[in-house]
Design a protein around this ligand. Structure first.
Ligand SMILES: Nc1ncnc2c1ncn2[C@@H]1O[C@H](COP(=O)(O)OP(=O)(O)OP(=O)(O)O)[C@@H](O)[C@H]1O
Length: 352
């Protein structure tokens, strides 16, 4: 093992992932990953099950090694540094609290192994619990507490050592929807107040978009797109990203002289389209408007179905035998009604 190299800058640390690859036998689960995460950034690894996001997070923590590449904290190579010398806070999906230890002992653990004096431990445990808005719970046991409280204790335990880097592996996935939303906000407030760098793993696109400064969308051990939530949502770089980060209409066809001709028939005016040729139209449901089908340049169709999702009625509009587009509308329109579709901001992906 190399000499102890506890990395402890005053606030959030910069994380560089440089050409990192990881194999399990013949299965390469991380393929030359490159990322530069800024100090104090809230950065999310988003992707479906098996894409490699947990493997990457655990490699950052030092829980397992990497086969190629380097991991740098504030410019310092930690690829071979043991987990306890990386000085990171880690929050697990299942909380990983010790059931037979009190809340105090759970939170104090990281300080005790660092030989912090007793009085300071008491103060820092109290401060960490207050930070997650838990008071008078030190003597209780995790099993007596709700899932949301247990996750806040796990967060307090990660933060008590004052880490420059906080790693979180699907920490909300066992909680109900309402609690997830309130905990998200609390987590983001705490992260910003402390200035700690956070790297968060999730398969929940809504969570990723709401929480993050930047998101890396992963699939098959590769980063498909890395950017700000609004850019990834509005301008996905390919079909996978378009479909993974929200509802998407993706329609194959040909661009010709300011019009998009759908493969299955029908056309729509797209005066700003730059190039002609085969293309895939990409538009979110909220980017389509229902208009009079007789207006020139709109795509005619009829309402095939509608379902209520709270914020809107999601309508399916049949525009050809094998093409259905989805559009958000404030009120329900009966099935079979002839409608026209107009596009607010069409974008085109390379043809597939
Ligand atoms: N210890 C291991 N031994 C062998 N293969 C593994 C091991 N851990 C993970 N894998 C494989 O590596 C790939 C990536 O797994 P990983 O857990 O990183 O994905 P993930 O995106 O986090 O998915 P999930 O959300 O389901 O945890 C998967 O194919 C998985 O089966």
């Amino acid at each position: 093992m190399s000499e102890p190299s506890t990395i402890r800058p005053p606030s959030g640390c910069a994380v560089t992932i440089d050409q990192v690859s990881k194999r399990y036998g013949s299965n390469t689960v991380l393929k030359s990953i490159n990322m530069a995460i800024k100090p104090g950034e809230f950065f999310t690894l988003l992707g479906p099950s098996g894409c490699g996001k947990t493997t990457l997070l655990r490699a950052l923590a030092g829980f397992h090694g990497i086969d190629e590449g380097r991991i740098l904290f504030n410019g310092q190579d930690v690829s071979r540094t043991q987990p306890w010398d990386r000085n990171i806070g880690f929050v697990f999906q299942n909380y990983a609290l010790w059931p037979n230890k009190t809340v105090f002992d759970n939170v104090a653990y990281g300080l005790r192994i660092r030989n912090v004096p007793k009085a300071e431990i008491a103060r820092r445990v109290r401060d960490a619990l207050e930070r997650v808005e838990l008071r008078n719970v030190e003597a209780r046991f995790p099993g007596e507490m709700s899932g949301g409280m247990q996750q806040r204790i796990a967060l307090a335990r990660a933060l008590v050592i004052d880490p420059p880097l906080l790693l979180l592996d699907e920490p909300m996935s066992n909680l109900d929807a309402k609690l997830r939303v309130s905990l998200r906000r609390q987590l983001r407030d705490i992260q910003e107040a402390l200035g700690v760098t956070a790297i968060y793993v999730t398969h929940d696109q809504e969570e990723a978009l709401e929480l993050s400064d930047r998101v890396a969308v992963m699939q098959g051990g590769i980063v498909q797109q890395l950017g700000k939530p609004e850019d990834i949502y509005a301008s996905p770089s390919n079909r996978f990203v378009a479909e993974f980060v929200g509802a998407a209409n993706l329609v194959d066809g040909v661009l010709r002289e300011g019009r998009f001709e759908l493969k299955g028939g029908g056309r729509i005016e797209v005066p700003d389209a730059q190039t002609d040729g085969p293309a895939t139209l990409f538009v979110r449901p909220e980017g389509l408007r229902l208009v009079d089908p007789h207006v020139a340049g709109v795509l005619p169709g009829h309402v095939a179905s509608a379902r209520y999702v709270g914020r809107a009625w999601v309508h399916e509009v049949q525009v050809s035998d094998d093409e259905i587009l989805i559009v958000d509308v404030a009120t329900r329109i009966p099935n079979g009604t002839p409608v026209g579709l107009a596009i607010n901001a069409p974008r085109f992906l390379r043809a597939s």
